[in-house]
Design a protein around this ligand. Structure first.
Ligand code: ACO
Length: 431
């Protein structure tokens, strides 16, 4: 954090405090309020952290007004069209695009860590057959700390590195096996001659009786979905990972916490909820009814895949996703897909509606991703696990950054207490 001469003055009661301000390389300036309580005796109040920067970071930057997403400075649309997922993983983890040699070494390391400890299969088999794959992932990823003891010491940079590679490498195997278990098919082992996305597709769709030939266009679309979801700054699940890790918890436990947070329908669960909503709408003629419900304050219904805390413009990932949806459906010969028609019409109607225009609600990354995944053959329950596979690198990059930050303190928010003040205990017979 660079020193700054600029300060902000805060005055209340008979106090006047001068607080330092810092300039970021991009985005709004920040006021350092760390001394507000010790010198002023007050807290700030910011439920949902709408105006609070909780850390320094050099990984990802979002300009919500412009609809811009940068990883280490590189725009997501360039990465989605010119790069591929493992190269983006390298960029997020180490800060720069790799040389050809560095990339080969990184891909080799990831590829050689994709197998799971054989005993971990017992974990999968312990779940009910109808368990949601996200429930399985939270459990199995948390359980990795019981299997990989040699990479849980967070004070050792080598162990941190091994844990990072293990998590990125094994997450597709865990997600694919959660799926296989849910459909009662045997687990398919990873293959080292396949790229990351192809390997994942094969582990999901091959069976021992018949191999699965991965279509390169589908593998490219899968890789692009992974790339578009790789990191997204200090979102809810990433902040969960950071908060969990601030106590010194091991990386597997922290990433399991991130998966748990991602599961919610306001976050990663929105892709599942969005496709279910599009199917419920069914045909474009039903759209006005759902738009009316989304605008009705007395109806909890929200247009899933619409709106974002940070983007007040198009989510740049949604644009790439829409294009990808067209490509994949075209390849699969799915013309006149009613869900895609409904989605496009819903987007058009919402973008012309005053409610959505005034509140700056635009399609987010989840609006079109479900249509692609559905066309590929994934059930809706696998949408959020796929998001978790992709976001693992973001969580790990942010976790590594935090662990090596000399300013790291345990995360401990304060509160605006609104409960009862001191009162005496009353014996049960007198209540
Ligand atoms: N449909 C209808 N109205 C909406 C929607 C929506 N999808 N999203 C926001 N609004 C309205 C709110 O009702 C609120 O109206 P008000 O000012 O009259 O009270 C206003 O827009 C602002 O919304 P907030 O909920 O305050 O915005 P917040 O930043 O807290 O929430 C969120 C963002 C959770 C993404 C929200 O837009 C939403 O629920 N969207 C649907 C779920 C979704 O698609 N989530 C995926 C997010 S992206 C991701 O995680 C990958």
């Amino acid at each position: 954090m660079s020193d700054s001469q600029k300060t902000a003055k805060v005055s209340f009661d008979d106090k006047e405090l001068e607080l330092p301000m810092y300039a970021p390389t991009a985005g709004p300036e920040v006021i350092d309020i760390r001394k507000l309580y010790s010198e002023g005796g007050v807290f700030t109040y910011d439920p949902g952290f709408a105006s609070t920067a909780a850390c320094d970071s050099t990984i990802t930057f979002i300009d919500g007004d412009k609809g811009q997403l940068l990883h280490r400075g590189y725009p997501i649309d360039q990465l989605a069209s010119k790069s591929h997922f493992l190269e983006v993983c390298y960029l997020l983890l180490y800060g720069e695009l790799p040389t050809a040699e560095q990339l080969e070494d990184f891909e080799h390391r990831v590829t050689n860590h994709t197998m799971l400890h054989e005993q971990m299969q017992n974990f999968f088999r312990g779940f009910r057959r109808d368990a949601h794959p996200m429930a399985v992932m939270v459990g199995v990823v948390g359980a990795m700390s019981a299997f990989y003891h040699d990479s849980t010491d967070i004070s050792d940079p080598w162990q941190r590195e091994v844990a990072s590679i293990r998590l990125i490498a094994k997450m597709p195997t865990i997600a694919a096996w959660a799926y296989k278990y849910s459909v009662g098919q045997p687990f398919i082992y990873p293959r080292n001659d396949l790229d990351y996305a192809s390997n994942f597709l094969r582990m999901c769709f091959a069976v021992p009786a018949e191999d699965y030939n991965v279509d390169p266009v589908l593998a490219r679309a899968m890789d692009r979905i992974f790339t578009l979801h790789a990191d997204h700054e200090q979102n809810a699940s990433t902040s969960t990972v950071r908060l969990a890790s601030s106590s010194g918890a091991n990386p597997f436990a922290c990433i399991a916490a991130g998966i748990a947070c991602l599961w919610g329908p306001a976050h990663g669960g929105a892709n599942q909820a969005c496709l279910e909503m599009l199917r419920e709408i069914g045909t474009p003629d039903q759209i006005p009814e759902y738009i009316a419900r989304a605008k009705d304050k007395n109806d909890p219904f929200r247009l899933m895949g619409f709106g974002h805390r940070v983007y007040k413009n198009f989510d740049p990932r949604a644009k790439v996703m829409k294009q990808s949806a067209d490509e994949v459906l075209d390849l699969l010969g799915i013309e006149d897909n009613p869900t895609l028609q409904t989605a496009k019409e819903l987007e058009r109607v919402a973008l012309e509606d005053d409610y959505f225009v005034e509140k700056k609600l635009y399609p987010n990354v989840d609006f079109y991703s479900g249509i692609i995944l559905d066309a590929m053959g994934f059930p809706t329950s696998m949408f959020t696990p796929i998001f978790a596979v992709a976001r693992t690198v973001g969580w790990i990059s942010q976790w590594k950054e935090q662990i090596s930050d000399p300013q790291l303190r345990i995360g401990r928010p304060r509160q605006l207490y609104q409960g009862k003040t001191l009162r005496d205990y009353v014996d049960v017979e007198n209540r």
